[in-house]
Design a protein around this ligand. Structure first.
Ligand code: THU
Length: 130
């Protein structure tokens, strides 16, 4: 059902620029109205300045018009069921709901599906800042 999202994440992973960690990651986001945006991790020689696949995908998502996120797929070449890092959980939660599905993948497809709320319980919310 969400296999196409897995394929989009896997195709994005092939474009990762990860010469330092050699840990390519791909992520794909489907909006509530069906658009798909993908991204890969991008590293730089000053290591902390690189960023994650989820963050690249979120940039494409916002520039493409945003809207709510229905589901996300994440894949790493060297780790089955990679999960978004802490910072990316907060970034994804900005545009996702607690019930939004996060698909964890290996090279064959989705192997486990969790929710945004599973990954970031008691997350900081920005309502009061608006
Ligand atoms: N990375 C991601 O792109 N997403 C994750 O969810 C975990 C980590 C990247 C960051 C860095 O380029 C490499 O994986 C190793 O940490």
């Amino acid at each position: 059902m969400s296999h196409d999202l897995f394929l989009a994440a896997k195709a994005a992973m092939a474009k990762a620029y990860a010469p330092y960690s050699k840990f390519p990651v791909g992520a794909a986001i489907r909006t509530v109205d069906g658009r798909v945006y993908a991204g890969a991790n991008i590293e730089v020689a000053s290591y902390p300045e690189g960023w994650c696949a989820e963050t690249t995908a979120l940039g494409h998502y916002v520039m493409g018009g945003g809207g709510g996120i229905r589901e996300v797929a994440v894949i790493a070449e060297r780790m089955a069921k990679v999960t978004p890092c802490g910072g990316c959980r907060q970034r994804l939660a900005e545009f996702a709901a607690p019930h939004t599905k996060i698909h964890l993948c290996d090279e064959t497809g989705i192997v486990e599906t969790v929710t945004m709320g599973d990954l970031l319980p008691y997350g900081f919310e920005g309502e009061i800042l608006k």
